[in-house]
Design a binder for this molecule. Structure first.
Ligand code: ARG
Length: 591
């Protein structure tokens, strides 16, 4: 299937070519058509005439008029000119009805696959061993998972890589703590928590006893030089952490193809640094090895410069410290090499908080210096705030752990379910609470513009009205209940929709308009790595469904109309299910 705006784009582009002939700029591809913000102006809109008029030195309205005339009568839409030269399209109801029919028969619900299938490595979640996986990691985990699902759905090959922080200075303290403080029972009960407590305790003691810090450093040096005992403790730490994380990921239904943590790249680091020095990209400075600006960018865009004290100062990327230790940046360079060589990645997307922006800009810029090219993106996000607009913390000021957030969400969802459906069997209640609670956390995250900070508000995210997962789930359940009432046997089957879709009422037409947009929204969501586009769309769709359901009786309608409305209901359920599925959110059958 071809989406409606794509069909309009090709008509429009042809018409422009005929009108402009030789004058058509050669570098000009397809004219773009977008959904209108305001339905009074039609369903879709293009500003191509205004953009092109400048290039060919014509009056934009004159150009638009000629193009519209050239397009003639379309079966698809009526075309109008507006304002300084906008071209507006109002899709014909018959055409929407036909499009609904096609969607019903399309497994992909009108979503095209990507023109070129790519290999995309998505680096997300990536918590640090023996450090808490906190709410900041929630954002990466949930956004990353959605991108994986979207990219796969679009036909790309995706490698979901959990680049855990399994090598770092925290292991000095952990090793000492493991040997001197560890409670094996606590470790069995909750490994992540136990390691974290050890880390916190040692950290606290180090502040009081500086000689302990030395002992920890000595443990770290032993680990780095390959001491058997320390290596085996370190391996155990990773093993138990992975087990604990797996439990969380399973609850969230989030999965990785590989877990190539930082330590995986250790052996590659010395050679990489030497290579960068030989290539003249890195050089020694005060005993350390650094990459400095090569002057390629304007100072404002140069990630190796910062404006301070009224001048541009150098902020090199350090890739080997004077004591010989390698850094986060060194590992990321080696990781990128591996992904390019081993996975043959076209794209590598890093779902990591905005504070690491400079780091990734430097990494990508070093790759440019090395002549390594690809679609490298830092998919950044802001922080999660509490209701007081300060970073989200527990009552005693600790960072909130992801496991606690999940537990609380399920507990709160259970109360919502209890209130709504007290008579539901208890195992179903528990299942629905899980689906609603986890859905609520995910949707609260994904409906935000990822770059902004957002306020974590339990009541809001679990509300049955507003743009929340429970609202979408409830809409889905409502559609399903229509079919339950009418008897499952009457569900319009794919391929054999009994009678054609009719769009008479304004609410029917609007529901169809919203359904038809699914095929545009999914690719756009992935292009920009902006799950909030899809989330907002699903909310609008659910609202369109509710207005339709209020205005257009289904159960009491006469047969032909009923069959058409049932087809719209079923299509709505399918799009809701598919769309929320791409966000990693499950739909319950009842709630
Ligand atoms: N472990 C890091 C952190 O918690 C995130 C790693 C992100 N991925 C990467 N390739 N640097 O901040």
């Amino acid at each position: 299937m071809t989406t409606i705006p794509k069909q309009l784009e090709s008509r429009l582009t042809e018409a422009f070519r005929r009108v402009l002939g030789e004058a058509m700029p050669e570098d000009y591809g397809t004219m773009t058509v977008n959904a209108s913000q305001d339905l009074r102006f039609g369903d879709y809109q293009s500003n191509a005439a205004m953009v092109l008029a400048k290039r060919v030195k014509m009056n934009p309205r004159t150009l638009a008029m000629k193009v519209i005339e050239e397009m003639g009568n379309l079966s698809l839409a009526t075309v109008e000119i507006a304002g300084p030269g906008f071209i507006n399209f109002r899709v014909n109801a018959d055409y929407f009805a036909q499009y609904m029919q096609d969607m019903i028969n399309d497994e992909r619900l009108g979503v095209p696959t990507a023109e070129t299938a790519k290999t995309i490595v998505i680096d997300f979640s990536a918590p640090n061993v023996a450090k808490p996986m906190h709410v900041g990691h929630i954002r990466s985990t949930i956004i990353g998972d959605t991108l994986v699902r979207l990219a796969r759905f679009m036909g790309h090959t995706v490698i979901a890589d959990n680049h855990i922080g399994d090598w770092g200075t925290q292991f000095g303290m952990i090793l000492w703590g493991w040997k001197n403080l560890l409670d094996p029972q606590a470790l069995d009960a909750d490994p992540i928590e136990a390691l974290l407590n050890v880390y916190k305790e040692v950290n606290k003691r180090c502040k009081e006893q500086p000689e302990l810090l030395e002992a920890c450093k000595a443990e770290l040096v032993k680990l780095q030089s390959g001491d058997d005992e320390n290596i085996s403790i370190w391996k155990r730490c990773i093993e138990v952490t992975k087990k604990g994380l797996d439990k969380i990921y399973n609850q969230l239904d989030i999965h990785f193809d590989v877990w190539l943590g930082e330590s995986f790249y250790n052996d590659a680091l010395p050679g990489l640094v030497n290579q960068l020095m030989q290539q003249g990209i890195a050089r020694e400075s005060d005993g350390a090895v650094c990459v400095f600006s090569d002057g390629f960018h304007k100072p404002e865009d140069d990630p190796f410069l910062v404006y301070k004290n009224e001048e541009w100062q150098s902020v090199p990327a350090i890739i080997r410290k004077a004591d010989g230790a390698f850094l986060y940046a060194t590992t990321d360079l080696a990781t990128l090499d591996y992904r390019m060589n081993h996975f043959h990645a076209d794209s590598i997307w890093y779902v990591v908080g905005a504070p690491q922006e400079k780091h990734f800009k430097q990494i990508f810029d070093i790759e440019r210096m090395r002549g390594v090219t690809g679609d490298f993106r830092h998919v950044a996000f802001g922080s999660i705030l509490g209701k007081d607009r300060h970073p989200f913390k527990t009552r005693d000021g600790e960072t909130v752990s992801l496991q606690n957030v999940i537990d609380e969400a399920i507990e709160r969802a259970a109360r919502v379910v209890e209130q709504k459906s007290p008579d539901m069997p208890s195992d179903e209640k528990a299942h629905v609470a899980q689906v609603v609670g986890i859905g609520a956390i995910k949707f609260a995250e994904l409906s935000q513009n990822r770059l902004s900070d957002y306020i974590f508000d339990w009541d809001k995210m679990l509300s049955l009205s507003g743009d929340t997962a429970p609202y979408l789930q409830n809409s889905y359940v409502r559609v399903r209940s229509i079919f339950r009432k009418i008897g499952e046997k009457r569900i319009p089957q794919q391929q054999t929709a009994p009678s054609p879709v009719q769009l008479n009422a304004a609410e029917e037409l609007h529901l169809a308009r919203m359904l038809a947009r699914f095929g545009e929204v999914v690719p756009a969501t992935l292009d920009d790595c902006r799950p909030n586009l899809l989330a907002a769309y699903l909310y609008d769709l659910a609202r369109a469904f509710h207005s339709f359901y209020e205005a257009c009786p289904v159960l009491r309608a006469e047969e032909m109309i009923q069959s058409s409305r049932l087809a719209l209901c079923d299509l709505t359920a399918r799009v809701l299910r598919c769309g929320t599925g791409l966000l990693g959110i499950e739909m319950p059958d009842r709630m």
